[in-house]
Design a protein around this ligand. Structure first.
Ligand code: B12
Ligand code: SF4
Length: 606
């Protein structure tokens, strides 16, 4: 059997042999939705496909005519797959032979699923599009709410359901989006036997596969344990989508709405990370991205220093080794928090020196880098209201008090922007109990960013109670029609601000401006309710913000009192001063550098 390395999938209609593959198929076949597996067009295409409704697929096709092109191994299996699939594969290979297990693209299932197949396992990130940010944009766009990614996920499940050998095998689903199947009870519809919540490394996961292979009934839902230490986490030794290699698990800041924070806080060993980076390169990847909730905790987990005082040397060393690995041409940051930028601005500068040359992101109008390169981690801003922040994320800004959250955001963003970091920042609109005052406080913060010339790509999303989190049972806004004028103003102001430096992302502005404003106004007004009208006019620029404010149609915002970095440091508890780095300056009055107390002690004869 020989397979072309690349092909345009859309043009090929697979000929399905009713007897299945000649070799009887593989015992275990792993796959993931096509839209979650592709990586050649960059991160943003996947994010766009999570948010845009299927009827807007043409926009994606025009921008990326070759997005369906994928690469194959010699045997027709997938050259790359999301990291989740790779770890399931690695976990299974501890018990099964290499030729029992295969990972393939959805269109190739018929080549590997045959009479011998006992399990088809699907890894998915966001199959039904009901997570934050993804759901909200499709619902704003109305009628056909199904996001592109969701459409392709459903196509995958439909293909599995229709497979002639379906009665012979069990379908097991896992990954960070598995909960969506549980919550929507779509087992029958999607032909899924069991959803696994948790990591594939767990012995419980292996036990489940054993049962499936023996043809035993599977429970609908299985929750498996997360490894508690570094040794329990496996690493991919084949190529992953976007070169994703895990760097940490868990976080430690304990935001109530957060899923990943429920996992233990672990920073993974450098040698294993580097091996996985090299494995990716060996298999043709030129890009690496370290998966983390907060890159800044790496090197500072379970040390004598609290994790929120980053380990500068360790981080710079790790990232330098990654970007300097022969074959790594691009490196993209994943998630971080913002307080570390206030704690250690020199860390940000040193990381910029290391990372900017390999960043594929360019902000021509913002970056001071000679090639206009930029770094864009995803950071949670969530709310500008101190009252709301206290309720949902009281440790988000540690070591700083949550009372100072707006100042931490503004000071952190200043440090980041000065070093050519222009983060994507998420905001949650419609938190349970959110009042007009809370929304006004967030709008104030956004106006303050604008006044200070700071830039972040702001991604507002409607509160979604995520399964198992400490807010799982709480309800916020459930439909765009329920959004208040202020909530709409916040959303539209964010998008307006995103357009300031030109087209940071091609799809956001395009999504908003498709067709004429008149047509959109008509359609969207009935869909999203009257509260949407004035904010939309503000966004479109049809009436100036000043005039809308004068007319009393939008909130005008009020200037904020913001603490400087020096004031923020001065507000820290004196016991935390020992962890500050004096080379950053702004030290609190009375600060004594770490080495000095011993010297002083020696002087006084202690
Ligand atoms: C890298 C990443 C991305 C990348 C690339 C994703 C990709 N396709 O490879 C990009 C930037 C494109 C992305 C996009 C989005 N992402 Co994302 N992403 C991540 C991140 C940082 C790492 C994911 C990862 O690869 N981890 C490492 C692998 C090994 O972990 P894993 O996939 O969970 O797999 C383990 C287990 O789940 C399990 N497992 C996985 N599959 C299976 C299958 C079976 C059968 C079994 C038994 C077990 C199993 O075993 C694995 C370990 O052994 C996570 C945060 C995190 N730390 O996980 C967020 C995260 C998964 N993303 C998230 C979100 C919300 C999104 C977006 C919706 C954001 C948006 N609005 O645009 C989109 C959706 C994209 C889409 N296609 O629909 C949320 C998911 C929230 C939720 N629970 O629903 C997370 C948790 C971030 C967060 N803090 O909120 N993402
Ligand atoms: S800072 Fe981010 S990853 Fe950490 S707990 Fe909060 S939301 Fe979760």
């Amino acid at each position: 059997m020989s397979f072309p390395l690349k092909r345009q999938k859309k043009t090929i209609t697979p000929v399905i042999d009713p007897d299945g593959p000649a070799d009887g198929g593989r015992l275990i076949v792993l796959t993931a939705p096509l839209t979650e597996s592709i990586d050649h067009a960059g991160y943003f295409i996947q994010m766009a496909m999570a948010s845009l409704p299927i009827w807007m697929e043409g926009v994606i096709n025009r921008k990326y005519p070759k997005w369906r092109d994928v690469e194959y191994n010699e045997d027709g299996s997938a050259r790359y797959m999301p990291a989740g699939v790779r770890l399931v594969e690695k976990s299974l290979l501890r018990e099964y032979r290499g030729d029992d297990v295969v990972a393939c693209f959805p269109d190739d299932l018929h080549k590997f699923v045959g009479p011998r197949t006992r399990v088809v396992a699907v890894s998915t990130h966001n199959p039904l599009g009901v997570t934050f940010a993804a759901g909200v944009y499709t619902s704003i766009f109305g009628s056909s709410k199904m996001p592109i990614n969701s459409h392709y996920s459903r196509e995958l499940f439909a293909a599995i359901k229709a497979n002639p050998f379906r009665t012979n095998f069990k379908v097991i689903v896992g990954g960070s989006g598995g909960w969506q199947i549980i919550q929507t009870d779509t087992y029958e519809e999607l032909s899924i036997d069991c959803v696994v919540e948790g990591r594939s490394e767990s012995t419980d996961t292996l036990e489940l596969f054993r049962k499936a292979i023996q043809g035993e009934e599977l429970p609908r839902r299985v929750e498996v344990k997360h490894p508690l230490d570094r040794e329990g986490i496996l690493f991919p030794d084949t190529r992953t989508t976007f070169g994703v290699v895990e760097m940490t698990t868990g976080c430690g800041r304990r935001c109530k709405f957060c899923v990943p924070d429920l996992n233990p806080q672990i920073d993974l060993p450098k040698d294993k990370i580097m091996e996985a980076v090299r494995a990716n390169v060996r298999n043709g990847n030129k890009q690496i991205s370290l998966a983390t909730e907060d890159m800044f905790i790496w090197g500072q987990v379970h040390t004598d220093t609290p994790f929120y005082f980053p380990n500068r040397e360790a981080l710079v060393d790790l990232y330098s080794d990654i970007v300097n690995t022969p074959g790594v041409e691009q490196h993209v940051l994943s998630h971080s928090t913002i307080a570390p930028a206030v704690v250690d601005p020199l860390l940000i500068k040193e990381l910029s020196d290391v990372l900017l040359p390999k960043s594929p992101i360019h902000f021509p109008l913002l970056s001071s880098h000679p090639e206009k390169k930029a770094l864009a981690p995803l950071i949670g801003l969530e709310t500008g209201s101190v009252k709301m922040a206290k309720q949902i994320m009281s440790s988000k800004g540690v070591p700083f008090s949550i009372e100072d959250w707006p100042s931490v955001v503004l000071e952190g963003l200043r440090v980041l922007n000065e070093n050519n970091w222009f983060p994507a920042m998420t905001l949650i609109v419609g938190n349970p109990g959110e009042t007009d005052e809370d929304v006004m406080a967030t709008i104030d913060l956004i106006y303050e960013m604008e006044r200070r010339g700071l830039f972040a790509f702001l991604i507002p999303s409607i509160f979604t109670p995520l399964h198992d989190t400490r807010m799982a049972k709480e309800m916020g806004v459930t439909q765009t029609k329920q959004l208040s004028p202020l909530q709409w103003q916040l959303m539209m102001k964010c998008w307006k601000m995103n357009l300031r430096p030109g087209q940071y992302s091609w799809w956001g502005p395009m999504a908003w401006r498709v067709g004429s404003l008149g047509m959109w106004l008509n359609k969207l007004r009935s869909l999203n309710g009257p509260n949407f009208t004035w904010p939309l006019l503000m966004f479109s620029g049809a009436i100036s913000e000043k005039n809308l404010q004068r007319m009393g149609k939008i909130y005008s915002g009020k200037p904020m009192k913001v603490k400087s970095r020096k004031e923020l440091l001065a507000s820290l508890k004196p016991k935390d001063w020992q962890f500050l780095r004096a080379d950053n300056g702004d030290m609190p009055v009375g600060y004594v550098p770490a080495a000095q107390p011993q010297a002083m002690c020696a002087e006084v004869g202690l």
